[in-house]
Design a protein around this ligand. Structure first.
Ligand code: ATP
Length: 268
């Protein structure tokens, strides 16, 4: 499942040639000025965000910050009131099929069929993505191997632990070779060891496969090793940077402290 990432042209070290046109890398996702209200509640208030391939970005926000609303728009379930989303250049509103084809999604609510086996769940998903025959078997095998779940293949999902069910959902999301994996509070209900295990698995995929990841959570400890932290609060991006920079700018000594200062110490 190679993930094609577009990289900037590198400058030649040789003699000066007519200068090539330097193009910026195409972001895996470019979100521009998204707004969304539910009646009088403004859930998103002008969110702009651009993500690169091969980076683990944490979307940190307290309850009600707008994380799920953002994910629902990014995955085409809700339509924004205004603003735009482009996935590898494909506009979500104008060409949803092309845009959504490059996204892998794990929703907050578990979505596996508990009475089917792991393999049956993945085969169904493969069918939805037009992956059939020999390719389907290979895709299932590869996806399960990525998360160390090959042995669970013939088990009913109901018999798996919560942590392993989450891994199957992530494996399923990767079957269509997305450029960006969207994870909405993926560790909900998991114990600390399972949470850590899941983070380690995803971090490895980011490095090894040049996968972009947007991991939404309010649990600061699980994203301390992220490449980038974006803090969403009351529907706005209020901080964005490497974890160490976010901490330094806040004046706190930990990311948790920075998050609390930003979201609790902030005037209404
Ligand atoms: N269907 C809805 N109808 C009305 N208000 C909604 C709806 N969904 C969300 N909201 C409101 O929009 C705001 C953003 O909610 P959202 O669920 O997107 O935040 P969140 O960051 O995902 O929160 P949590 O961490 O609790 O899941 C909140 O004020 C919430 O009450």
């Amino acid at each position: 499942m190679p993930i094609a990432a577009e990289r900037p042209a590198r400058e030649s070290a040789g003699p000066k040639l007519p200068s090539p046109v330097m193009t910026a890398p195409v972001p895996v996702i470019a979100i521009d000025g998204l707004t969304k209200s539910y009646g009088k509640v403004r859930a998103l208030d002008g969110v702009s965000l651009s993500l690169e391939p091969g980076r683990f970005t944490a979307l940190l926000g307290p309850n009600g910050a707008g994380k799920s609303t953002l994910f629902q728009i990014l995955t085409g379930l809700f339509v924004a009131d205004s603003g735009s989303v482009r996935v590898l250049g494909a506009d979500l509103a104008a060409d949803p099929t092309a845009a959504l084809a490059r996204l892998g999604i794990v929703f907050q609510q578990p979505s596996l069929d508990l009475d089917l086996t792991v393999e049956q769940n993945l085969a169904y998903h493969a069918g939805l993505h037009g992956i059939g025959g020999r390719r389907r078997r290979d895709a299932i095998e590869e996806a399960l191997a990525l998360f160390g779940q090959s042995e669970t293949r013939r088990q009913r999902v109901r018999t798996l632990s919560g942590g392993n069910r989450r891994k199957i959902e992530m494996a399923r999301a990767l079957m269509s070779a997305p450029a960006l994996l969207l994870l909405d509070e993926p560790t909900q209900g998991l114990d600390p060891a399972s949470r850590r295990d899941l983070v380690l698995h995803v971090s490895r995929l980011v490095r090894e496969r040049d996968l972009g990841v947007l991991w939404a959570t309010h649990i600061v400890s699980e994203v301390e090793a992220a490449d980038r932290v974006v803090v969403l609060h009351r529907g706005r991006v209020i901080e964005d940077g490497a974890p160490a920079d976010v901490v330094a700018r806040s004046g706190a000594s930990t990311l948790e402290g920075a998050f609390l200062a930003l979201t609790q110490g902030r005037a209404a």
